[in-house]
Design a protein around this ligand. Structure first.
Ligand code: APR
Length: 262
């Protein structure tokens, strides 16, 4: 990672008026959660996410798609925020304005203490019904690991409250994200491969609006032309930005077991 770029970004962060942050699966990788482009394992090894996370897949085989989401929720149970999540939570009070938009459905930004998390793709800890989106008690969902229970209101099947491929994003969240790409003077794109639209376009949109865009990712292919690129793990780079911007040692963000179990 280029040290002078790191220090430059740290000073921009300290003096920023409005910081936009878009995160993807990469920010949760150091919490032990496989990213989407990691290969699937176990029973799901022969299936692509794109083949499981769709309305059509659920209508065709509700039990199988439901069980895949149950398995993902179980995988999240013993995961905790990592220093990357904790720095973003800390920044919410340290900078004038911060808008956090995540593609992740794991709830770790909330567990790290981020006060406002805009979830573009929903949250796998929440359940709703397939037909009308009626909220369904998580305890009812958790008591049915093999087959989705019926909605107590309309009788349609329960489904996870996440955005599947081909479904529209939550309008309000999309509007907030869009506003952040227009108004932020500093916009971070952290831990995302940029494979899925419209989130993949937010970095470029912010750049076009005149923001300084900073990509944080170990993969150089994720860099955005015209933006800055800090190559490395978000759990390492983000604490370094706080160290160079505020003089706070990176150790402050290490290994605090989250106050809220996931
Ligand atoms: N720190 C920062 N970035 C990391 C780290 C890390 N420790 N580990 C991996 N990455 C990067 C990878 O290099 C990759 O660019 O995180 C990115 C993960 O990319 P994806 O697996 O494609 O995840 P994401 O970009 O969030 O996917 C977007 O696609 O599957 C759909 O809806 C799903 O929200 C998801 C969307």
């Amino acid at each position: 990672m280029n040290k002078s770029d790191l220090i430059k970004v740290a000073h921009l962060l300290k003096s920023a008026r409005h910081v936009g942050v878009l995160t993807g699966a990469g920010i949760s990788a150091e919490s032990g959660i496989p990213t989407f482009r990691d290969s699937q394992t176990g029973l799901w090894a022969n299936f692509k996410v794109e083949d499981l996370a769709t309305r059509e897949a659920f209508e065709c085989n509700p039990d199988f798609v439901w069980q895949w989401h149950v398995a993902r929720r179980i995988m999240l149970i013993n995961t905790f925020p990592n220093p990357g999540h904790r720095v973003i939570a800390w920044l919410a009070d340290a900078v004038d304005q911060l808008t956090l938009i995540t593609q992740n459905v794991d709830g770790l930004h909330q567990a790290a203490g981020s006060p406002i998390v805009h979830e573009l793709h929903g949250n796998i800890k929440r359940t709703k019904c397939f037909k009308y989106g009626h909220p369904i008690e998580q305890s009812l969902a958790d008591n049915h690991p093999d087959s989705p229970p019926e909605c107590p209101v309309c009788g349609s099947l329960a489904r996870p409250d996440v955005v599947w491929f081909g479904e529209v994003l939550p309008t309000k969240v999309f509007g907030i994200a869009n506003d952040a790409t227009i108004h932020a003077d500093l916009f971070f794109v952290i831990g995302t491969s940029g494979h899925v639209q419209p989130a993949a376009a937010f970095g470029l949109m912010a750049l076009e609006s005149g923001a300084t865009v900073v990509v944080i990712n170990p993969d150089p292919d994720s860099a955005i032309p015209g933006g800055m690129f800090l190559q490395g793990l978000s759990g390492v780079v983000l604490p370094q930005l706080v160290k160079h911007g505020w003089g706070i040692p990176a150790s402050v963000f290490q290994d605090q077991v989250s106050t809220r179990k996931f």
